[in-house]
Design a protein around this ligand. Structure first.
Ligand code: BG6
Length: 520
């Protein structure tokens, strides 16, 4: 360690020591035969176990319809882990120690006897905490949430609120409803026998390091937060682009489209963290209060606003990395005349004191040239004198870019003199790169989220009013699209940065998209 590193180490403020207090508990995964369990949940638990972050003792029970023994389930998971683990090869010593904590419970979600069996299995664990600290992970279709909750309650496994020495929590995944009404119905199902505080709604973007860093960056530095308002900022661009098309998920995507799949959750979450007011403390509720307040400040969109401020797009066949990629309408389980959007761009205004008049441009799409998520804060131009008077629009505006993934980092772009005897000015950049600063560190979002749910910290989970407010924004947009087919200006070739209509959206106010750049 050099002297500078030693100094940085001394200056590191440890808000927690990286170890959550997680009491011994049992985790029950409903829908344990599904993809999510094999791809995400078990690899995440395995890594947490390897990092000694799981409590001692703990148990994981997979609950699913198919008949199998504990050993068969363990074997299936071992094979899946070899495929999906973020670290390769799988450490067999860790797996051998981890696997005996996995158990299987065969049953139908609607069969009361299956829950009795589950209750017996939990009692057989002996240890009081393993019997009474219960995390129910509902990796099922949302239409089954109500049934599972009801059955858990009937089997005396789920109670409203915490009793001394016992807690039960419900963890759920997206899609959380398909509109406000269905989300309200799901919320009613979940809270029939559990308090809101017992419900942990996952948005995996909140488990990403760089997304968590947004609050730290904003509220632990005075230089940026001073500028974080309409006086200094011209506009904000949030881009979440994906190179992949919809692939095997055509059936799901036909029902969702980009607005429900990405905007309702991930993009609005990033927006709320970028633009919210400072919370009164770092506790879960003050942070979530501010996020909801921010979402509520988004100016409501009427049907005519949607036509002016929201652009849909759909990809047709095109080249990505030298390969011809099919158009959306040619993907499996997609209608040949589908009007579903694979791209959305929005111009939103936040009606609050800080952001009044500042446009927030959000966009997301599939089959774009790069997979990248970033937030670009563009500052006002300098007054039109001196250099600006000479250079006009060639004198670039300053911008701060938060690169959420990949090449995680932050860049500041400003103007500088090109060395030499002539007078030339051009943009230069200052970069902070996570990898360079901290070395490669790539935990899966699920590791953090599972740990937080076990510890009972709801900061990184979506509260009921948050999810419902986000749906009301999305519902207004979908209402504006009703009965309108995509126009020619809303189609884009795979491998391009979206439809022409999205460029028009920014051009109306003299703006232009700044596309994420591959890092050489
Ligand atoms: C999921 C969406 O929630 O997020 C997918 O359903 C999308 O369509 C994915 O590809 C993007 O997540 P990430 O972590 O790869 O940016």
């Amino acid at each position: 360690m050099n002297e500078l590193d030693q100094l940085d180490e001394l200056m590191t403020c440890r808000i927690d020591d990286g170890r959550k207090i997680v009491e011994p508990c049992s985790i029950v995964i409903f829908g344990a035969s599904g993809d999510l369990t094999a791809r995400k949940l078990i690899p995440a638990f395995y890594h947490l176990y390897g990092a000694k972050q799981l409590p001692t003792p703990f148990r994981i029970i997979g609950f699913a319809r198919r008949e199998k023994t504990d050993d068969q389930w363990r074997e299936e998971l071992r094979v899946a882990l070899r495929q999906f683990s973020r670290s390769q090869p799988v450490d067999e010593t860790i797996w051998e120690a981890f696997a005996p904590n996995l158990f299987y419970c065969q049953g139908d979600f609607s069969d009361a006897n299956a829950y009795k069996k589950l209750a017996q299995q939990l009692s057989s664990f002996g240890n009081d905490q393993l019997r009474h600290h219960l995390l129910f992970y509902l990796a099922t279709s949302p239409s089954q949430f109500g049934e599972v909750v009801e059955q858990l309650h009937n089997a005396d496994l789920l109670h409203l609120g915490e009793q001394s020495g016992a807690w039960q929590r419900l963890v759920v995944e997206k899609p959380f409803g398909h509109d406000l009404q269905s989300a309200q119905a799901l919320n009613a199902d979940l809270t029939r026998h559990a308090h809101e505080k017992q419900v942990f709604r996952i948005d995996h973007y909140l488990g990403k390091e760089t997304v968590q860093n947004i609050l730290m960056f904003r509220f632990s530095n005075s230089i940026f937060e001073e500028l974080w308002n309409r006086k200094s900022i011209d506009h904000v661009q949030i881009t979440v682009s994906e190179k992949l098309g919809v692939g095997q998920r055509g059936g799901y995507y036909e029902e969702a489209g980009a607005i429900r799949d990405m905007v309702q959750n991930h993009l609005l979450q990033v927006l709320s963290l970028v633009a919210m007011e400072p919370p009164v403390s770092l506790d879960a509720e003050p942070i979530r209060d501010e996020k909801v307040k921010l979402l509520k400040s988004i100016r409501a969109l009427s049907v005519s606003d949607v036509a002016k401020q929201v652009v849909r797009g759909q990809y047709f066949a095109g080249m990505i990395d030298g390969q011809l990629r099919p158009g959306y309408r040619q993907e499996g389980r997609v209608k040949s005349d589908s009007n579903v959007e694979t791209y959305v761009a929005l111009k939103l205004f936040l009606d609050n004191w800080r952001w009044s008049g500042v446009p927030f441009f959000l966009r997301t799409g599939k089959s774009l040239p790069l997979s990248a998520s970033e937030v670009r804060i563009q500052f006002h131009r300098t007054p039109n004198v001196l250099f600006a008077a000479q250079c006009g629009s060639k004198l670039d505006a300053n911008a701060l870019t938060l690169r959420l993934q990949p090449n995680e980092g932050i860049s500041l772009r400003f103007n500088g003199k090109v060395p030499g005897t002539s007078l030339q000015v051009r943009p230069v950049r200052m970069h902070f790169s996570y990898n360079t600063e901290f070395g490669a560190y790539t935990p899966e979002a699920y590791e953090r989220l599972l740990l937080e749910a076990m510890a009972g910290d709801a900061t990184l989970f979506i509260r009921r009013d948050e999810v419902e407010t986000a749906w009301s924004i999305v519902d207004a947009i979908r209402k504006g699209w009703e009965g309108r087919a995509l126009t020619n200006r809303e189609f884009y070739s795979a491998g391009t940065w979206g439809p022409v209509a999205a460029d028009d959206l920014l051009a109306q106010t003299g703006h232009a998209w700044r596309d994420p750049q591959p890092i050489a």
